[in-house]
Write a protein that binds this ligand. Sequence first.
Ligand SMILES: [Zn+2]
Length: 247
Amino acid sequence: MLRLDKTGYMFIIFLSMFFMLGTLQVDATPEQDEGSIEKSKVTDEPEAEQKLRTADVTTQSEDQPVKIFLDPGHGGDDAGAQSNGIKEKDVVLDIALKTKEVLDNEYEGVETKLSRSSDKFIELEDRAQQANDWGADYFTSFHLNSFDGSASGFESYIYNGNVSEETKTRQHHVHTYLADRLEVDDRGKQSANYSVLRNTSMSSILLEYMFIDDSDENELLQKEDYRDQLGELTAESIADTYDLNKK
Ligand SMILES: [Zn+2]
């Protein structure tokens, strides 16, 4: 018969602890799998991100038209930039009117609204407010650049603060569509703290088509059919990012 003295009890406790540790180790083994779980998470991430992006830009339901707000810059006493007899406010109004005409007449599932359809001044805050009140899905502002005659080309802007993935993705779509077809220098996708971009509650973009004081670009902008072409391309670029079908 085994008689347990103090040392014997200590030995049994020691053994129990040893087996408990063993048990703990066995329990802990699944943790090693987390390595591969982590790995697969990492592998899955780009796909998940991709899905999110796609979801971000295709949230429009079939029977709900996309609401596109078109904002020709300046107007009235505010002529914007001017050079060689033409004014930014007039050129961008022509481009925006043509964009509206093409979207309205040639595409399905889209509604448009202009901040102004004539030569009148509207405060910047009111342009954003109009779009917010209307519940626009997308805000597009039309502008021309000017410098000192030495700069040329096309660029687009989104807000330089917090913007959604949708805003970035749509800028990429619209910018690329236009830059590939405008046949002027591509100055790139930019961001800035512009009032209309900051104050609109939906995704928004500001297009600076060209430089009104560059002699070649001024010559193009003088032509009515070229302005129409800019309007057609802009409508197509919006149709492209929203996957709009032609009528
Ligand atoms: Zn402007």
